[in-house]
Write a protein that binds this ligand. Structure first.
Ligand code: HEC
Ligand code: HEC
Ligand code: HEC
Length: 380
């Protein structure tokens, strides 16, 4: 027994010396050109496959309808600038530089394998250590589903090269740098994406800064807002605020739900303040909170996309969304909202004509040079 223990101790000691020497003298060749030794590659890759199996349970936010074309398109547009540089897109090849990476990021048509939606969600949210595959840039799991919807559509073969090109095509426009790209998501009337034409420039700029600084979380917008130089944000905000806001989107919800939403938004309850006091339509009166709500600084909701508002109201209610210095007001306002209230409120606001009515003329706002009064919160 003693000899066995002694032998084990000696072997352990030798192992530690060998490990120490590998680190101290750099004995394991880290050259990406040389690649991993086959057993090391096998160990890393098998661990990766098994870890996805082991850790990927059901995400906290249940999957929405992954067949929703608007969700697929949103995922595709995010993928185009956040992922395609490594995985390419259907119909395109990866660059020679990327194909030299170790491990090589698989082409997206191979990367989706037959992973389930939950497994894809896990991979995209968590990333893969020591491989170059990054994690989702925010702690919000819900917006990962748009990318999963797109990856599912690749699995089913729905995203042909032609469909891919159609989704990510950019309109030619006379606009500041980046605007055409932003408008790919914000330009049309896509569900899940907020329209920007109803806002004043101050609100848009403040939201972009909040994403850049991570005070407002969204894996999609934190990426988008960090792709452009900060000096360019004001020009983009001014340009989007200057668009004419066409009348609200067609009401799809049932009239009873819309009526419930209107009653709650206008009158409030003991637990929920009247939304119109801060968001309009009509006169905005903060009552005990101090005078009139500044038009243009508090985002108008009339004509906003319903799916987007539902997500945001849940985020406020659950204490997830931050934003400009005024974000606390909204956390308090949403604290007691039930799911049914959220659906009704979003349904009503979505059917309204945006500020300025059908003509789309907004009022208020300030000159371009004055500092933005919507500062970010000092501590967050
Ligand atoms: C810097 C390069 C890089 C970027 C950017 C990147 N990935 Fe990856 N990705 C990788 C690498 C490398 C792997 C392989 C990991 C492994 O096999 O250990 C990978 C693996 C994957 C896999 C699993 C592949 C498989 O074979 O199981 C999926 C799915 C995936 N990535 C999707 C995405 C999505 C979606 C994005 C954007 C949100 C993204 N990746 C961004 C490099 C990247
Ligand atoms: C891939 C699609 C996509 C791209 C590209 C994109 N956005 Fe967004 N944007 C979104 C989504 C989705 C949201 C909602 C995020 C959230 O949940 O907070 C959003 C939110 C916003 C908001 C907050 C609006 C509000 O109602 O509070 C602003 C402002 C904004 N985007 C501006 C821009 C600008 C400017 C660009 C170009 C630099 C851009 N976006 C590019 C999808 C996109
Ligand atoms: C005391 C004022 C106040 C009241 C009352 C209020 N809100 Fe808000 N709301 C805000 C402010 C301020 C913001 C923007 C905060 C930020 O982004 O920093 C906001 C943001 C929102 C947003 C996100 C808009 C966007 O474009 O991202 C939604 C949706 C919203 N409120 C819905 C409601 C609803 C529904 C009610 C009624 C239940 C309500 N609010 C009551 C002040 C208020």
């Amino acid at each position: 027994m003693k000899t066995v223990l002694a032998t084990l101790a000696v072997l352990g000691g030798l192992g530690a010396v060998a490990g120490g020497a590998t680190v101290a003298f750099g004995l394991y060749n880290v050259s990406a050109r040389a690649g991993h030794l086959p057993p090391v590659y096998w160990a890393l890759h098998t661990t990766y496959l098994n870890a996805v199996d082991l850790y990927s349970g059901a995400p906290e936010t249940p999957a929405p309808d992954l067949g929703d074309p608007a969700l697929v398109e949103l995922g595709a547009r995010h993928f185009e600038t956040a992922c395609a540089m490594c995985h390419a897109v259907p119909g395109r090849e990866r660059s020679a530089t990327v194909r030299g990476m170790n491990p090589v990021p698989p082409h997206i048509t191979d990367a989706v394998r037959d992973w389930s939606s939950e497994e894809l969600h896990w991979i995209v949210f968590e990333g893969v250590k020591m491989s170059g595959m990054p994690p989702w840039p925010s702690s919000r799991e819900d917006d990962v589903w748009a990318v999963v919807a797109y990856l599912r559509a690749i699995q089913t073969g729905e995203v042909t090269p032609a469909r891919q090109a159609e989704i990510t095509a950019r309109a030619e426009m006379d606009a500041p740098e980046g605007a055409a790209w932003c408008a790919g998501c914000h330009g049309g009337t896509q569900a899940h994406v907020p329209r920007l034409d109803i806002f004043e420039a101050d609100y848009i700029e403040a939201a972009l800064l909040a994403y850049r600084e991570g005070w407002r979380e969204s894996g999609i917008m934190q990426h988008a807002a960090s792709e452009l130089p900060p000096e360019g944000l004001r020009a983009l905000a001014t340009w989007f605020a200057g668009r004419k806001a066409p009348p609200g989107r067609a009401p799809a919800a049932d009239p009873e739900l819309i009526a419930q939403g209107e009653a709650l938004a206008r009158a409030g309850t003991d637990d929920v303040p009247a939304c119109t006091a801060c968001h309009g339509p009509g006169p905005r009166d903060l009552g005990g909170l101090g005078g009139e709500a500044p038009e243009g600084r508090f985002p108008p909701l009339a004509g906003q996309d319903a799916a987007y508002m539902i997500t945001q109201l849940r985020l406020w209610r659950d204490g997830v969304r931050g934003g400009t210095e005024a974000y606390n007001l909204m956390r308090v306002a949403a604290r007691e909202l039930e799911e049914a209230d959220i659906a009704a409120l979003a349904a009503w606001y979505a059917t309204l004509d945006p500020p300025g009515g059908a003509a789309g003329e907004k009022t208020g706002g300030r000159g371009g040079a004055a500092p933005n009064p919507l500062r970010l919160p000092a501590d967050h």
